[in-house]
Design a protein around this ligand. Structure first.
Ligand SMILES: C[S@@+](CC[C@H](N)C(=O)[O-])C[C@H]1O[C@@H](n2cnc3c(N)ncnc32)[C@H](O)[C@@H]1O
Ligand code: SF4
Length: 367
């Protein structure tokens, strides 16, 4: 029997809430970490029929997975099914030598560190706990523990940031020789405290985003990284495929099971999202019930549109078989004539210029 080959596990606990963050998180709650891991394992048992016998990837995301009480995190990792790639997201200040060794011993193959920036004044704007030395220390602890697949997250467009700050951040990140880098435009949700505090400066940063994006791609490509997805880069030398295989599963339209509060699953013709409310989630699972979920039917037309939107973020050709009905032939011809996309052997690839324009090109292509 087939089933999802990708498992996402949400660990929502954080030491504090950063102003720009829009993820499902809860601060502290040390007294509930154990009950939460119990609940996750119950949900996994309930949903085990949705998973394939062998998993390609397991991804523990947050929140701050590494803020979870270490014995609970290890108990969870020990109980999860094995995967070829097992990733844990970590905040730099939480990575001690002990944590790094424990993750490695528990079968984690990849750690994704949220650095965001190395400039103290920008980290302060983001309300981050970790400073540049924490990031460096974390990388060294992970290397000492045996990790050979480390990813760093950076954000750009931070209030107060200049192009020179971004170049300096890229230089600091490259000096740590990570296997993988994710560089995201900072998104500020309207109506949040962060947006309220930095409104005008965020507008100035929005005008600089295109330039920042080009700088990121140029600098990392020059340093030998493969720009394999809009915001993601991996070391290209050495014959290993260092792309983030869990996320690659999403971009390629594969099914995945998500467990935990706020977790999303896409399985066959349905997408569902667990309640983001910790209390209700714990209550339901403790009583042996499924957590409350929002359900969204996914018909063939929706899945085909998503395949186009996500597939074209990658540097590899998107096979058009089975998804042609999602494309507007006139839009396709326009995009091709402008040199933004190329068609060959039943597949479509964005050119470099097309990739920089990204979403705007995809919008033009969709029927
Ligand atoms: C799920 S978050 C959590 C990771 C971890 N707790 C941390 O803060 O480092 C994963 C990544 O998403 C990115 N991210 C979070 N909020 C963002 C935002 N508002 N705009 C752009 N990227 C964001 C950050 O780079 C972060 O490292
Ligand atoms: S530590 Fe990460 S997940 Fe937690 S609030 Fe900050 S950005 Fe969000």
């Amino acid at each position: 029997m087939s089933g999802a080959r990708h498992l996402y596990v949400h660990l929502p606990f954080c030491a504090q809430r950063c102003g720009y963050c829009d993820f499902v998180t809860v601060v502290g709650r040390e007294g509930q970490h154990r009950a939460y891991v119990d609940a996750l394992l119950r949900e996994l048992e309930q949903e085990s029929g949705a998973l394939a016998g062998e998993l390609e990837t397991v991804f523990l995301g947050g929140g701050t997975p590494t803020f979870t009480a270490l014995p609970e995190l290890v108990r969870l990792l020990d109980a999860l099914p094995a995967g070829e790639e097992v990733t844990v997201e970590a905040n730099p200040e939480t990575v001690t030598a002990e944590l790094a060794r424990a993750l490695h011993a528990a079968g984690v193959t990849r750690v994704s560190l949220g650095a965001q920036s190395f400039r103290p004044e920008l980290l302060q704007v983001l309300e981050r706990v970790a400073g540049r030395d924490d990031v460096r220390r974390a990388v060294h602890h992970l290397r000492d523990a045996g990790f050979d697949n480390i990813s760093l997250d950076l954000v750009y467009g931070i209030p107060g940031q200049s192009a020179a700050d971004l170049e300096a951040d890229l230089g600091d990140a490259l000096a740590l020789e990570p296997e993988h880098l994710s560089c995201y435009e900072l998104e500020a949700k309207p109506g949040t405290r962060f947006t309220h505090a930095w409104g005008e400066e965020l507008a100035r940063q929005a005008d600089a985003m295109e330039d920042y994006f080009e700088r990121v791609v140029a600098r990392l490509s020059e340093a030998g990284y493969r720009w394999y997805e809009t915001a993601n880069f991996c070391r290209a030398a050495g014959g290993r495929d260092l792309r983030a295989h869990h996320n690659l599963g999403y971009w390629l339209g594969c099914d995945y099971l998500g467990i935990g509060i706020g977790a999303v699953s896409t399985i066959g013709s349905e997408r569902r999202r667990n309640t983001p409310r910790l209390g209700r989630y714990l209550e339901a699972l403790a009583a042996g019930r499924s957590p409350e979920r929002e359900l969204e039917p996914l018909d063939d037309a929706v899945r085909a549109r998503e395949r186009v939107m996500l597939g074209l973020r990658l540097d590899e050709p998107l096979p058009l078989a089975g998804i042609r009905h999602a494309l507007d032939p006139a839009g396709l011809a326009r995009v091709e004539s402008l040199g933004l996309a190329e068609r060959s052997a039943g597949a479509l690839t964005l050119t470099e210029r097309g990739r920089f324009l990204g979403g705007a090109v995809t919008a033009e292509l969709l029927a």
